[in-house]
Design a protein around this ligand. Structure first.
Ligand SMILES: Cc1ncc(COP(=O)(O)O)c(C=O)c1O
Length: 367
């Protein structure tokens, strides 16, 4: 908030303007780009500012797929069945409107993609591979370094959605070797409505938002200067505290997982037991409706999430949970608990003491 404040009022210039007022704003944007590049170990001109993680995913997929088709007639897109909608719906549109052949890689029961499986599915006409770094619903972390190495050697563009990963997993882009990586600021306590896309130098990409020449001609539109400044500062702070936060939160997460599995009959962990986000615990429960569970938890003061969307009255289980092989009824009883930097052992204790009673009374009411 402090870093952003001057750019809402005092320094209100437009970075695209020639005059000194604009130049000051431009300097702030370029300084933010350098801070992000330092945090991610890449070059400043490899960071492109967007409006959110979804936009970064859209630009990565649509921009890279259309460029690969134009330059080398590539027509095949590989994604996983556990991608965020920002990736899976974009891929679907590329299939439906542009005729791309979109293939889903199989995942194991933890929702992980094996590098060997990715290698086996590559084709000479593969335009792009996109695999989520850390899953938002089940917390599973994928072997991104290995998959990106395979794509690099095959000369195929590799994108990863690192929106969930950025706060807790070191993102050293020199080591990672991905071509494209998406970020959204609010996942590391930056402002909502700002994101970034890392584009490795030399990666062919078409702009999906055309107009002015901002952001290296790849993303037209006047910059949101305060939010760009705020995102850079939040990323810098997140890197400083990443290790200590991860250690603290993974201890609380493991305590929560242990107690839920021990004390609640018919409770199962979803996602990988170890290769998972340090702040993420997710479960499914026998004989429970996930959305009703969320309402009970909300009334008890706990803000949690579920995997199923119930907008029409006929709840559909999340595609991520069914991709793990979970039966429909079990997948409807999902719960996702994400811890934050303000979560204390007392909060976890309170949840561990409340959840079994809520589950028990919900089951009693059903029977
Ligand atoms: C894995 C993942 N990708 C993409 C997004 C979309 O990011 P945004 O909300 O910044 O558009 C989210 C948001 O929760 C996410 O969890």
């Amino acid at each position: 908030m402090e870093a952003m404040a001057p750019f809402h009022a005092e320094h209100f210039g437009n970075p695209s303007s020639i005059h000194w007022f604009g130049q000051r704003a431009e300097a702030a944007v370029e300084n933010a780009r350098e801070i992000c590049a330092q945090a991610l170990n890449c070059q400043p001109n490899e960071i492109l500012f967007t409006s959110c993680g979804s936009e970064s995913d859209n630009l990565a997929l649509r921009g890279a797929a259309l460029a690969a088709r134009q330059h080398r007639n590539a027509n095949h897109i590989l994604i996983s069945p556990v991608e965020h909608y920002a990736v899976s719906h974009t891929a679907k549109q590329l299939q439906d409107l542009f005729g791309f052949d979109v293939e889903l890689l199989p995942v194991d029961r933890f929702g992980r993609i094996s590098p060997q499986v990715a290698l086996d599915h590559l084709r000479p006409d593969t335009a792009l591979v996109s695999i989520i770094y850390a899953n938002n619903e089940i917390g599973t972390v994928n072997p991104i370094q290995e998959i990106s190495a395979i794509c690099q050697s095959a000369g195929v563009i590799f994108h990863t959605d690192a929106v969930q990963a950025a706060a807790y997993i070191p993102l050293d882009l020199h080591r990672l070797n991905v071509h494209l990586l998406s970020l959204g600021a609010h996942k590391f306590y930056g402002p909502k409505g700002i994101g970034a896309l890392f584009i490795r130098r030399g990666t062919n990409l078409y702009p999906t938002q055309t107009g002015g020449g901002q952001e290296f001609g790849l993303r037209a539109g006047t910059h949101n200067v305060p939010y760009i400044v705020g995102m850079a500062e939040a990323l810098r702070l997140a890197q400083l505290d990443r290790e200590s936060n991860s250690i603290k939160l993974s201890m609380l997460r493991d305590h929560l997982i242990g107690r839920v599995l021990e004390e609640i009959p018919g409770a199962y962990l979803t996602g990988h037991p170890h290769e998972r986000l340090p702040n993420h615990a997710s479960f499914v429960f026998d004989d429970i409706d996930g959305n009703t569970l969320l309402m009970h938890l909300d009334l008890a003061g706990f803000a949690c999430s579920s995997g199923s969307a119930c907008k029409t009255g006929s709840p559909e289980p999340s595609g991520v949970l069914t991709a793990l092989g979970l039966p429909h009824s079990l997948a409807l009883g999902s719960l996702r608990v994400t811890l934050g930097v303000q979560t204390t052992p007392a909060h976890i204790e309170a949840l561990c003491n409340t959840l079994p009673d809520i589950i028990q009374s919900m089951r009693q009411r059903r029977s």
